[in-house]
Design a protein around this ligand. Structure first.
Ligand SMILES: Cc1cc2nc3c(=O)[nH]c(=O)nc-3n(C[C@H](O)[C@H](O)[C@H](O)COP(=O)(O)OP(=O)(O)OC[C@H]3O[C@@H](n4cnc5c(N)ncnc54)[C@H](O)[C@@H]3O)c2cc1C
Length: 456
């Protein structure tokens, strides 16, 4: 029988994988393919932390496929059309990606394959609902989260598919994963990454989290606790599907915590549909008024921010958590982004780019939408003039400074009273920088810039 090519992308799993499921149903031998299109990626190349994750995730998928994952590197469309010809494939199947450039690339590829006489089938494996399914009463895409969520919550998600019981995999020549050099070497900055990529570990993360979900509503805001699921990189790479997560949560309990958690999955969908309908938002503000905003260049400040050397403890703890672990707590992501954009007046795109490189869960839609949200220029964004005070945020969400002390050891001996403002202590620590910005002045400057924007 002629083989079916299954093109894996952000769906590195066997269970609830609609493309793989459909390929198995045909009874044909399956070519399981992954293409690394770095240098030619439709939107942008993978960041460093994503490359680390991808290496380990592909190794895990290859093990699940009994060493039959075919790896190729280069222009994905060219590789797939050639491979379809060489193998005489009857069909190519994949789960859809929704980033605009990926959509354009995949549409062209589909047309080329069909012209070549190869059947193409594509599926939804990444979202609970297709980005075009939920519409406002006027038939438009949503720009405001709450009505989007109400519409989404009113629909039940499709049930996840089981993993195939058996399949025939066709072995083909391909690259060696190690030869892709996805892992950092000199220096190996990933030694502090405490993650196990792969489908099995994604399931474990979900089932470890479920017993705590009832407390999620309050625990999710406290960065010193493991109060959130840490599923984001697994979800981004599709080691687990949102349908699997949704169903597991719904079956587990109906607490406020569970409902709040489902809403976060709603934010993930909201971000995906925003990018799908607003392809320009990766670089341009959704609120066009912000195109005229006067940003500062602030190279030195940007560098201090990336290195966790701003002298503002909760910000430095977050930026060091990001560097050391490839992840940052959501509350702290908002605080560090707010400081960069508002107190330092630096463009949200600079922060977004740093996150893109450092996050293991770097996701174009979620990253861009959240940065724009903090900047006040996104859809349904927090207003620009609502400026987080990082000292008050620290005192509220990390009252004993447990999180700060973990990532900023220079402050380990600081009394609780000064842990979020060591500069005010009778003896400020010598080995920790003074704040790079006076918080009151930074706030006043941000508000003045916003005022000038409104007047222009
Ligand atoms: C400036 C900024 C940048 C961000 N960049 C990313 C990014 O690149 N990739 C990413 O996945 N998330 C991003 N987020 C959203 C959020 O911080 C992470 O999804 C969350 O911290 C992941 O941890 P968790 O899996 O434990 O989340 P949980 O609290 O357990 O939430 C469950 C899931 O819901 C989704 N989710 C939660 N909050 C959000 C949100 N605000 N927006 C979209 N989805 C959400 C994630 O898929 C997450 O895994 C960003 C937030 C901010 C403020």
């Amino acid at each position: 029988m002629k083989p079916v090519i299954v093109w894996f992308r952000q769906d590195l799993r066997l269970a609830d994988n609609p493309a793989l499921h459909a390929a198995v149903q045909t009874g044909a031998p399956i070519v399981a393919l992954f293409v690394l299109d770095d240098g030619r990626a439709p939107d942008r190349d993978l960041g460093g932390a994503s490359r680390w994750w991808l290496h380990h995730s592909l190794a895990a998928l290859d093990a699940s496929l009994k060493k039959h994952l075919v790896l190729r590197r280069g222009d994905a469309a060219a590789i797939i059309t050639t491979l379809a010809g060489q193998t005489g494939a009857q069909a190519v199947m994949w789960n859809r990606c929704y980033e605009p450039s990926a959509v354009a690339r995949d549409t062209d590829l589909k047309a080329d394959l069909v012209a070549q006489g190869v059947e193409v089938q594509t599926f939804n494996g990444a979202l609970l609902h297709e980005p075009w399914e939920l519409k406002t009463g006027a038939g438009k895409p949503f720009r405001v989260f709450t009505p989007f969520w109400n519409a989404m919550r009113a629909r039940e998600a499709a049930r996840p598919l089981p993993a195939p019981r058996a399949m025939t995999l066709q072995r083909l020549d391909g690259d060696r994963l190690d030869a892709w050099n996805l892992l950092p070497t000199r220096p190996d900055w990933a030694t502090g990454f405490d993650w196990t990529p792969g489908e099995k570990s994604a399931q474990e993360a979900l089932y470890d989290f479920l017993p705590h979900i009832a407390q999620y509503r309050t625990a999710r805001d406290l960065p010193d606790r493991d109060g959130t699921s840490r599923l984001s990189p697994h979800l981004h790479w599709g080691e687990i599907s949102p349908r699997q997560v949704w169903q597991a949560v719904r079956t587990h309990d109906h607490s406020d915590g569970a409902e709040t958690f489902l809403k976060e999955l709603g934010w993930r969908e909201f971000c995906a549909q925003l990018l799908f309908h607003n392809p320009g938002m990766t670089t341009n503000p959704l609120d066009a008024r912000f195109e005229k905003f006067k940003w500062r260049t602030g190279k030195k400040d940007l560098s201090a921010w990336t290195r966790g050397q701003t002298g503002i403890p909760i910000v430095d703890a977050g930026m060091r958590q990001l560097w050391q672990t490839g992840w940052m707590h959501n509350r702290v992501r908002m605080i560090v982004a707010s400081l960069l954009i508002k107190h330092l007046g630096i463009h949200w795109r600079d922060g977004e780019a740093w996150f893109w490189d450092c996050l293991v869960d770097a996701d174009l839609a979620s990253n861009v939408a959240n940065w724009q949200w903090v900047a006040g220029c996104g859809a349904d964004a927090a207003p620009f003039f609502r400026i987080f005070n990082p000292v008050l945020q620290g005192e509220k969400f990390d009252p004993r400074g447990v999180y700060v002390r973990r990532f900023v050891p220079e402050l380990a001996a600081m009394p609780d009273k000064f842990i979020h403002m060591p500069w005010a202590a009778p003896q400020p620590p010598r080995n920790y920088p003074a704040p790079i910005v006076d918080l009151a002045e930074g706030r006043a400057r941000a508000l003045a810039a916003f005022q000038a924007l409104k007047q222009s």
